[in-house]
Design a protein around this ligand. Structure first.
Ligand SMILES: Nc1nc2c(c(=O)[nH]1)N[C@H]1C(S)=C(S)[C@@H](COP(=O)(O)OP(=O)(O)OC[C@H]3O[C@@H](n4cnc5c(=O)[nH]c(N)nc54)[C@H](O)[C@@H]3O)O[C@H]1N2
Ligand SMILES: Nc1nc2c(c(=O)[nH]1)N[C@H]1C(S)=C(S)[C@@H](COP(=O)(O)OP(=O)(O)OC[C@H]3O[C@@H](n4cnc5c(=O)[nH]c(N)nc54)[C@H](O)[C@@H]3O)O[C@H]1N2
Ligand code: SF4
Ligand SMILES: [Mo]
Length: 761
């Protein structure tokens, strides 16, 4: 499993533990540094000691030096001049001015008028935990991040049905299904390719893929339902109807653990199964075979992702998908659905309020990404007036980039914290440079495993360069500049930390009791007072002490089974110490399958099968999917994951070993009709824009469906765009009616052979 790339640079260090930061798997990695000034990542291998990835890696992490030493790196704080250019300022000036400007916006319009966006990408979630302190110091009430343009529909449905989130165990399933998900390239399950190969090669096990493209994953499947783009709602409705019609449901499970089966039966009673399969472009017998495989499975696992979550009926499909595994009783036994123990519950589907201007549902506290521009570009008194963006690139990743750029321009103050001068940073008033994820301690809360769950605090790999700061320091300085620590016994707490965690915990608790307002700023206070006492390179891990204490109080048993037991403080101290010491990741929870159904957090502890508003949505399907728009006859999927895409984590174009041109994939039938060949340029037009793009003709595409890669089209001072920025083509109004998630996989489009260069148009 060892990968070894990057030029002939002699490694100058031992193997150092870290992790890959390119997708939510965060596989454990060992790296050697070397090259010029020993500031390069030169050798890579999977870390066998990592409890989940166990040495597994894909082809991408060997390219990580293009992140660490990529273009557009920022080393000093930047302030925008009136003419739009930037000047370098010192940190003291930057912190003072940012604090003063945001405080002024808060004083004039309330903290609710400042929106926090981001806080963590695929590899780094500590910034978001420290930002909690800044948000509280400024009384900021609204926040958002990428989850609110993909997962909030699923979270909401899940919350209403189970009171909590759940995941599937593909390692032990006998039937595994991927719905709008291409894990060979996008991963998202541990050791994805190993698990996929095992599932595919075992004749006793069945793999089902629902995808309009014949993806690498689909090619491995026993049953590939090559659905027409945007018609999954019809297909899943038909499959559920087949389960009910053929009585392939688990009555005992339904009676024991669920409410609402009658309403569900009623809603599906009159479905014309054959017509619905035809709407979805899937042969009836194939849909029946898939439904039967699921109905007869002893252990069914499934994963839905962007192919349906960024598509027509996305929230409805998340609901139908759940009915498939709930009606068949596939919850709470190995190879099915589980509810993991979490350190920080990232997935939260609660719905408590609406956004101030458009009145859109806020799920899990996240303003829907597609309404942010509308919440700014208005004269509504409660509009957002300022934005704090951290470790995200929304000017590139949110729908309709041009409109989002206008929204940023309309704000009073925009602050961006990033490692690089990004598309978003270029539109900011202040850009604060962060250390890279290899120059500070980092971690993610993408910890969804079961029965053993793992958390990985990675120590830094490099000494940080002069200039950039870790987000922990940036937020703590902002809190200090905002007067948050006034009267806090900083020196006393620092002295207590030197005496050890028990003394520190006692002093910290005493401080917060005396000054309750400091409790709200705990992450920054922990960093400032406990951070300096932590081992070299781990100061940014200080917030984990508070997080460990919360976790052992919330779910003591599974954490005790992992070895961290006793009264909460004692258990938290042991857990925190293990987090600091085990630099390849620590197993923090050991769960039991028999406990899963006891973790349902609905009012009566039972699964709620009948969500009336979504069952009502079924009626809408009766009319069929329609013929679309004559002027835009193609369905464009704007943002496919490919071998060498990784959101916008790499800014260089040359990190890609393949696919650097970002070609649009087109079926042979459509290519012939348009007179296009691989490598030729086409003109691609949507309601929002028009671009020129090279074409790749491939029989993996369904006629009428075209697909562009994600994360492309970044520009820098020294280079033009590599590929097309997909959100030059998307529209903010094109969103899910329930939770406002974008329909990026279902963009009406027109495709034409581009005129030869130089031809007048
Ligand atoms: N290589 C790589 N891996 C990544 C990332 C990356 O940038 N690059 N990003 C990470 C992130 S942030 C995420 S969220 C995940 C996303 O992971 P995925 O959701 O797996 O990624 P996509 O390729 O966007 O979409 C999955 C599939 O949906 C299919 N699809 C399109 N339209 C439809 C439809 O109408 N119905 C159905 N059923 N399927 C449809 C597409 O053909 C595609 O194969 O990947 C993560 N992993
Ligand atoms: N049309 C279309 N749009 C999409 C998608 C699609 O499929 N189609 N996919 C969507 C999805 S699923 C996602 S998750 C989003 C992703 O989009 P975003 O949430 O905007 O995140 P990234 O592209 O991962 O950008 C991460 C940023 O973090 C910066 N960064 C890296 N390391 C650090 C660090 O240590 N500290 C700080 N402060 N910054 C750092 C990088 O320079 C980069 O600017 O894109 C979405 N946009
Ligand atoms: S699966 Fe994801 S985290 Fe693991 S090596 Fe590949 S890109 Fe990195
Ligand atoms: Mo994502």
């Amino acid at each position: 499993m060892s990968t070894q790339t990057t030029p002939a640079q002699a490694p100058a260090s031992d193997w150092k533990p870290t992790s890959c930061i390119l997708c939510e798997c965060n596989c454990g990695l060992e790296v050697q540094v070397g090259g010029e000034d020993n500031r390069h990542l030169v050798r890579f291998r999977g870390d066998r000691k990592h409890p989940i990835s166990k040495g597994y890696v894909c082809e991408k992490p060997s390219r990580l030096d293009h992140y660490q030493n990529g273009p557009d790196r920022l080393l000093q704080p930047q302030r925008r001049r009136p003419d739009g250019s930037f000047e370098t300022i010192d940190w003291q000036t930057a912190i003072t001015e940012v604090a003063a400007r945001l405080a002024r916006v808060r004083d004039e319009h309330g903290g609710s008028s400042i929106l926090y966006y981001g806080g963590g990408g695929q590899g780094n979630h500590l910034p978001g935990s420290y930002a909690v302190a800044t948000r509280r110091a400024l009384d900021m009430r609204y926040r958002s991040n990428a989850l609110a343009q993909e997962k909030t529909g699923e979270f909401w449905v899940s919350h209403r049905m189970m009171g909590t989130e759940s995941r599937s165990d593909f390692e032990h399933c006998d039937v595994g299904m991927f719905l709008g998900k291409n894990p060979w390239y996008s991963h998202s399950i541990p050791r994805a390719r190993v698990t996929l190969k095992q599932l595919a090669k075992d004749s006793e096990r069945t793999m089902i893929v629902i995808d309009p493209r014949r993806t690498k994953t689909a090619k491995m499947a026993d049953i590939h339902l090559q659905v027409k783009p945007g018609t999954d709602a019809w297909l899943l409705t038909a499959m559920i109807s087949i389960l009910l019609e053929e009585d392939l449901i688990d009555h005992e499970f339904l009676n024991q653990h669920t409410d609402g089966q009658e309403s569900v039966r009623e809603a599906f009673a009159d479905i014309d199964i054959a017509a619905y399969c035809a709407h979805a472009g899937v042969p009836l017998e194939q849909a029946r075979a898939a439904a039967r495989a699921i109905g007869r499975a002893r252990r069914f696992a499934s994963f839905e992702d962007l192919g349906v979550q960024m598509n027509r009926h996305s929230t409805l499909v998340s609901y139908l998908h759940r009915l498939l595994w709930m009606l068949t009783g596939n919850v709470g036994k190995p190879g099915t659905r589980y509810i993991p123990t979490t350190l920080v519950p990232l997935a939260n589907g609660s719905y408590k309020r609406d956004s101030p201007v458009t009145g859109s549902r806020i799920i899990g506290g996240l303003v829907p990404c597609n309404v942010i521009a509308e919440e700014i570009l208005t004269d509504h008194p409660e509009r957002f007036r300022a934005m704090f963006v951290e470790t995200a690139n929304p000017a590139h990743s949110l729908a309709d980039s041009r409109r989002f750029a206008r929204a940023l321009e309309a704000l009073d103050t925009v602050v961006v914290v990033d490692v690089a001068m990004t598309e978003t940073a270029r539109l900011a008033d202040y850009v604060l440079p962060a250390q890279t994820q290899f120059e500070k301690a980092e971690a993610t809360f993408f910890n969804f495993e079961f029965p053993e769950n793992c958390f990985h605090l990675r120590p830094r790999v490099f000494e940080p360069p002069e200039g950039p700061l870790p987000e922990a320091e940036i937020h703590t300085r902002l809190v200090e500049a905002l007067g948050g620590f006034e009267g806090a016994p900083i020196a006393e707490l620092q002295a207590a930390a030197e005496q050890g965690l028990p003394a520190y915990a006692k002093a910290f608790a005493g401080t917060v009791q005396m000054n309750p307002q400091l409790g709200a700023l705990a992450p920054a206070l922990l960093y400032r007072t406990l951070g300096p006492a932590l081992p070299e390179g781990l100061a940014e891990g200080a917030v984990m002490f508070g997080i460990a204490l919360q976790a052992v109080s919330r779910t003591p048993e599974p954490i005790a089974r992992a070895g961290f037991s006793g009264p909460p403080l004692a258990a938290a101290i042991q857990l925190f110490q293990a987090i600091l010491e085990q630099s390849s990741g620590v197993v923090f929870a050991r769960d039991r399958w028999e406990d899963v159904l006891g973790r349902l957090e609905t009012a009566d502890g039972r699964i709620q099968l009948a969500l009336e508003d979504l069952l009502d949505g079924l009626e809408e399907l009766e009319a069929g999917p329609g013929n679309g728009d004559e002027d835009f006859p193609f369905v464009l999927s704007a943002g496919e994951r490919r071998s060498f895409t990784a959101n916008t984590i790499f800014r260089a174009n040359d990190w890609r070993k393949k696919g650097a041109d970002g070609a649009l994939r087109v079926s042979p039938q459509d290519a012939t009709a348009l007179g296009l060949e691989t490598g030729e340029s086409a003109s691609l037009t949507t309601h929002r824009g028009s671009v020129r793009v090279p074409v790749e003709v491939t029989d993996t595409m369904r006629p009428g469906h075209i697909s562009l890669p994600n994360g492309m089209g970044l520009t820098g001072e020294d280079r033009g765009p590599g590929g097309v920025a997909p959100n030059d083509l998307t529209d903010t109004a094109h969103r899910d009616p329930f939770v406002g998630t974008p329909l990026h996989k279902f963009v009406p489009a027109r495709l034409e052979k581009a005129a030869a260069p130089g031809t007048p148009v």
